[in-house]
Design a binder for this molecule. Structure first.
Ligand code: NAP
Ligand code: MG
Length: 487
């Protein structure tokens, strides 16, 4: 594979130019499959850099907000074409920077292209309704206007799809943006900025500032010229952002963690359930907010399901995601690896039975990366930490139940409510699950992870600030409604 990304220094993208941070400092981005490999150097930015980016976004609003939606759409179509042309390069950068396998990275980048095209088309769709007035001589209607400058704060686990599913709707509805990507995947975000630059996006419409979340995050959320903040990441950080945005009256949207269950009913297609549980739990090394982490199985099929799950999990090939035939890559960072291992320790201490895995993978080239074994626990109860807390790693907790009602109660017995699946061939079971499951995404005979860009995405309970992203739902966040009365 050819790659032109190694050891380059990436700058902030502000007002259409690549600019060095006022700190004069950079940090390095490296490969979690091989920590000797440096992907690039990225700016360790300051509050001043953020303020400059916000000022440039504010300045660009007048022009961008007044363009016809179809003209804004034309830019998004161009960005989509450029990203599509650079798909392999961007996907390879993603694999090297955060470790997901190359096929998954390509799939995610294609998703980014499709999202850009979907929202490009939104530029020509309706933004309001006519509402009959009680005054027969008046015209009353609604329209939607942009929020203004939107701050975009993103995690490392979907370094192309998440930035794009926030930026594309923000831009099409006339907002300008300042994005702060996760440190772990700032180079991949710089590649997206390059696509916007190549598409000729007007100066200031899209800005990127890289650096530490604890510096850039507050600088962005507390800046009075930032009218909206959209965040995806952990609950701890999300709540802090929500509070600070609320206090100064800015609009905010938080998509956070999950503890997603799969229910395997007594009448399930067991082979399908096993295959989909493995995909949901271990693809992307379990680092999806919609990843399967609890598997609640009916007693009648428990042993069969467990044996097949163990057999299939043992077949998973682990290594550098750029290599042919590798199914699962490393954890994305050392912190992530440590956190996963400490959850595994807690699981053992609190009395769960470790059936498979549980260790860091070492020896040979594994020593240079953050690899962890796919891990399966059984005898897990609701009060255990590994049942309640998001692990964000390849770890499954198996729970045995006697009835479907019990399964749904167990599935709901957590603070999160992002995604949930059931495997069953019985329509009544499906309907009970659909009605009673407390989750924003409810899936039948399909893995818990997996979303379509044209449908609303988001969680219930502690998983979200209760807004929805993607599809038409994105309009609710990125615009304000104006009710207009003309006489
Ligand atoms: P994170 O630590 O919360 O970081 C997310 C982003 O917030 C990063 O850009 C981070 O910057 C930044 N940040 C850190 N401290 C901040 C502060 N005080 N103020 C403002 N921003 C701050 O989450 P992560 O570890 O990157 O990602 C994993 C989490 O994301 C998991 O909990 C997962 O469930 C969640 N997630 C949710 C969804 C969803 O849609 N529900 C999708 C994907 C992931 P740094 O990189 O500098 O720390
Ligand atoms: Mg982080």
């Amino acid at each position: 594979m050819t790659i032109g990304i190694l050891k380059k220094t990436y700058l902030n993208f502000i007002n259409g130019e690549w600019i060095v941070s006022s700190s004069g400092q950079v940090y390095k981005s490296f490969n979690p499959a091989n920590t000797d490999e440096i992907i690039g150097y990225v700016q360790n930015s300051t509050t001043d850099d953020v303020n400059l980016a916000v000022a440039s976004a504010k300045n660009a609003l007048t022009f961008w907000g007044k363009l016809a939606g179809s003209d804004r759409g034309a830019y998004l179509y161009k960005v989509a074409d450029i990203l599509e042309r650079r798909l392999n390069e961007v996907a390879e950068c993603m694999t090297r920077e955060m470790g997901k396998t190359f096929p998954e990275a390509k799939g995610e980048t294609s998703r980014g292209v499709a999202i850009l095209r979907y929202y490009a088309g939104e530029g020509m769709r309706k933004v309001g309704d006519v509402i009959p007035s009680t005054d027969s001589k008046a015209l009353m209607f609604t329209s939607r206007v942009p929020l203004g400058v939107v701050g975009v704060i993103t995690p490392w686990n979907f370094p192309v799809a998440i930035p794009i599913w926030k930026m594309a709707p923000a831009l099409i509805y006339g907002n300008t943006i300042v994005i702060k990507p996760a440190q772990e995947t700032a180079v991949t975000c710089a590649k997206i900025m390059e696509c916007f630059e190549e598409a000729g996006i007007p100066a200031g419409v899209v800005n990127m500032v890289t650096g530490s979340g604890s510096v850039i995050g507050p600088a962005l959320t507390e800046n009075h010229d930032v009218n909206g903040i959209t965040f995806t990441g952990s609950n701890q950080v999300g709540k802090r952002i929500g509070k600070s945005a609320f206090e100064r009256g800015a609009k905010y949207q938080l998509e956070m963690g999950g503890k997603n269950p799969v229910i395997v009913a007594a009448d399930a297609d067991i082979d399908l359930a096993v295959e989909q549980t493995i995909n949901g739990a271990f693809r992307s090394t379990g680092q999806k907010c919609t990843a399967t982490s609890r598997v609640i199985v009916h007693r009648n099929v428990y042993e069969t399901f467990k044996e097949k799950l163990l057999t299939k999990t043992k077949e998973i090939t682990i290594g550098d995601g750029l290599e042919e035939g590798i199914w699962m890559g490393p954890s994305a960072s050392e912190n992530q690896l440590k956190s996963v291992l400490s959850y595994i320790e807690k699981g053992k201490q609190e009395g769960a039975t470790l059936l498979l895995g549980g260790n860091r993978i070492t020896g040979g080239s594994f020593d240079k990366g953050f690899f962890v074994e796919p891990t399966i626990f059984e005898n897990v109860t609701s009060r255990m930490t590994i049942f309640q807390e998001e692990i964000f790693g390849p770890v499954i907790a198996l729970v045995k139940v006697d009835t479907l009602e019990e399964a749904i109660n167990v599935a709901n017995d957590v603070e999160f409510g992002l995604s949930a699946s059931i495997f069953t061939t019985n329509i009544q079971n499906m309907l009970s699950f659909i009605n009673d499951m407390e989750a924003g995404l409810v899936r039948v005979n399909a893995e818990s992870a997996g979303v379509e860009l044209q449908a609303p995405f988001g969680g219930m309970k502690q998983s979200s600030s209760h807004s929805r992203e993607q599809g038409e739902a994105a309009k609710e966040f990125y615009t304000s409604i104006k009710t207009i009365f003309v006489k």
